[in-house]
Ligand binder design. Structure first.
Ligand code: HEC
Length: 121
């Protein structure tokens, strides 16, 4: 019985990891953000934008970030809808949906001014 419990626990752990890796890959998100040069405008830690009308990103909700990124992409592909911003539409054109998930997950994990979910971690 003890052995069964242990192997069930191991299986559950493996499943949990597999699930997380599929949903979003923080490491990949970090690489994409670093390569993408996002800090040039959104600032150090994506929390210190270089202009007052440039948004802080660090710690924003993952689903919000993902949706925002997708909307810039939609605008780029079909001019009739999506978020209208020439800079960001150009920035996200190169990424696929999984990339946007990874980027959003990584940015959401950064503890910036917008990060208000300590109780959940
Ligand atoms: C050249 C400057 C510049 C660069 C580089 C840049 N951004 Fe942006 N970003 C902006 C501006 C300006 C906005 C606000 C656009 C608007 O009004 O919709 C913005 C908005 C966003 C938003 C929406 C935020 C919100 O609260 O709605 C996200 C997410 C975002 N950027 C992510 C990124 C990522 C990820 C990268 C790197 C791949 C990046 N940005 C690179 C200038 C930049």
């Amino acid at each position: 019985m003890k052995r069964l419990t242990a192997s069930l626990a191991a299986a559950a752990t493996a499943l949990a990891f597999a699930g997380a890796a599929h949903a979003a890959d923080l490491k990949k998100g970090e690489e994409l953000v670093n390569k993408g040069g996002c800090i040039a405008c959104h600032g150090a830690g994506l929390d210190k934008p270089i202009a007052p009308n440039y948004p802080k990103l660090a710690g924003q909700y993952q689903s919000y970030l993902f949706h925002a990124l997708q909307q810039y992409q939609a605008k780029h592909q079909t001019p009739l809808y999506g978020r209208n911003n020439a800079i960001m539409s150009g920035m996200v054109a190169q990424y696929n949906t999984q990339d946007l998930q990874d980027i959003a997950a990584y940015i959401a994990s950064l503890k910036g001014d917008l990060y208000i979910r300590d109780e959940m971690h």
